[in-house]
Structure formats: structure tokens, C-alpha cells
Write a protein that binds this ligand. Structure first.
Ligand code: 9D3
Length: 228
């Protein structure tokens, strides 16, 4: 799966070199390409913003630099997503839907804002990651890449995806490893029993109990598990 990211801060995406997403890029399962919008400035000082028409505080990103950056990566089948606080909030359902795409172009919003005409011209969909204020769309773009990439074949262990759908909207059961005794707390006996049926029953019971305690709304009948 290919992601092209249009941003003024490509270095922020160094985080994607680590761990599962980093390894998946090395394996060729993911291709995450960073495009610095500033590289498309024709200004001698590489300026990308200007004062807003009509006045007011702050600056606005010039539409031409964004459009030229977009032109450098666009393909016929690419879906263009603008990360913006005005977008629909990203859900696990949307994540799964996006995982079916071959090529996603992510345009990172910015505190300054981008000229509306280039948004209207190139954007297919506007997405937010939640109702809180950030300083830009870069972290949201990484959240989107990370969550969508999990559904790309080979990125994570198939057992993890299966276990996730098996858990059916419940929170996870608690995990334990060695030592058997830690600060006076013993590993639950059933996990040492070797009785796999009992272990499975205990884990299911724990998952329900933990969900009831921490996120009771997830147990409500009309909760369709994936949707918020
Ligand atoms: C009040 C007008 N804008 C500030 C000049 C609002 C504003 C625009 C852009 C506030 C923050 C941002 C930066 N945030 C994002 O680009 C963003 C975001 C977010 O802040 N929260 C959740 N999801 C997202 S996706 C992109």
C-alpha cells in the first residue's frame, strides 16, 4: 500500500521508521513517501504562506505550492485525504475501509490553514482524529497510517487480527509473564494449570469484567462494536 504525505514538517514522520511500520516498509509491504510542500515554492526564500485576503490574524498556505506538490505524486486511483479538525472523526470502520485503497495521498492541515480553493480542487475526504486541538495534521496522518497499515496483509501477525475480531468489542484480558511472583503478587493459578479450555474461559470472563468496570458503554446491546 502506498501513502504519499504532503507536509511542511517531513521530519516529524521519523517515528514511522520504528517498530512494525518501519519493518513493514523495509519488507516492501508499505511505501510511505514524504513530500515537503516547501520544495515546491518558487519563491527565492522558499516562502509558502501569505496574509489572508479580508484581513485577520495569522497566515494562509498558498494554493499553488500545495497543488504542485500534489501534482508530483497524484495517480488516477489515488484517494486524497485532508487531515483537518473539521473532518469526520476517524473510526475503526473507516480505518478498515481505507485499508482497501491502493494509494492514499495525505494532506496535512496546519494551524495557519490552507487556501480553500486547492482543498476544493483536490480533496476527496476530510478526516479528524478526535475532538481536541492539535498543532497540525502530521500526528493525525501518522495515526491514520498506523491504524490502516495494521490491515495490510503481512504487517501484523494474522493471529492478532483474528483475536481482535474474536474479542468482539471487549477490552483485552490481562497478560502475565515471568516471574511467577512479583512484589508479592502471584500469577493467577489458572494460567499455570495447562488446562487450555479453562484458560480460555477465564480470559473471556476477565475481558467481560474489565470491560464492565472500565468501559461499560461497550457492553450496551445497541453498540455495534466497531462504531463509536
Ligand atoms: C480556529 C482556526 N484554526 C486555527 C487558526 C483552527 C485550527 C486549525 C488547525 C486548529 C488546529 C489546527 C491543527 N490541527 C489539525 O490540523 C488537525 C487536527 C486536530 O487539531 N485535532 C484532531 N484531528 C486533527 S486532523 C488535523
Amino acid at each position: 500500500m502506498k501513502f504519499d504525505v504532503l507536509t511542511l514538517f517531513p521530519n516529524m514522520f521519523d517515528a514511522l521508521k520504528e517498530s512494525i511500520i518501519g519493518r513493514s516498509q523495509e519488507k516492501g509491504l508499505l511505501d510511505i513517501n514524504l513530500i515537503n510542500i516547501r520544495d515546491f515554492s518558487k519563491n527565492k526564500h522558499k516562502k509558502v504562506d501569505d496574509t489572508p485576503y479580508g484581513g485577520g490574524a495569522g497566515m494562509v498556505i498558498n494554493p499553488t505550492v500545495v497543488y504542485d506538490a500534489y501534482q508530483s505524486v497524484k495517480t488516477e486511483k489515488a484517494k486524497v485525504i485532508y487531515l483537518s479538525p473539521q473532518g469526520k472523526v476517524l473510526t475503526q470502520n473507516k480505518v478498515q475501509e481505507l485499508a482497501e485503497e491502493e494509494h492514499i495521498i495525505l494532506l496535512c492541515g496546519h494551524y495557519e490553514g490552507i487556501d480553500q480553493r486547492v482543498i476544493d480542487e483536490i480533496v476527496d475526504e476530510e478526516i479528524s482524529i478526535g475532538n481536541y486541538v492539535l498543532t497540525g495534521g502530521e500526528i493525525p496522518a501518522m495515526v491514520l497510517i498506523d491504524s490502516v497499515s495494521r490491515y495490510v496483509e503481512g504487517v501484523i501477525n494474522q493471529d492478532s487480527v483474528n483475536e481482535e475480531s474474536f474479542s468482539n468489542g471487549l477490552l483485552e484480558y490481562p497478560q502475565y509473564t515471568r516471574p511467577e511472583m512479583f512484589l508479592g503478587r502471584k500469577v493467577p493459578e489458572v494460567l499455570l494449570s495447562g488446562n487450555h479450555q479453562k484458560i480460555e474461559e477465564w480470559r473471556k470472563e476477565q475481558a467481560v469484567e474489565i470491560t464492565r468496570r472500565k468501559r461499560p458503554e461497550l457492553l450496551k446491546e445497541n453498540n455495534s462494536k466497531k462504531e463509536e
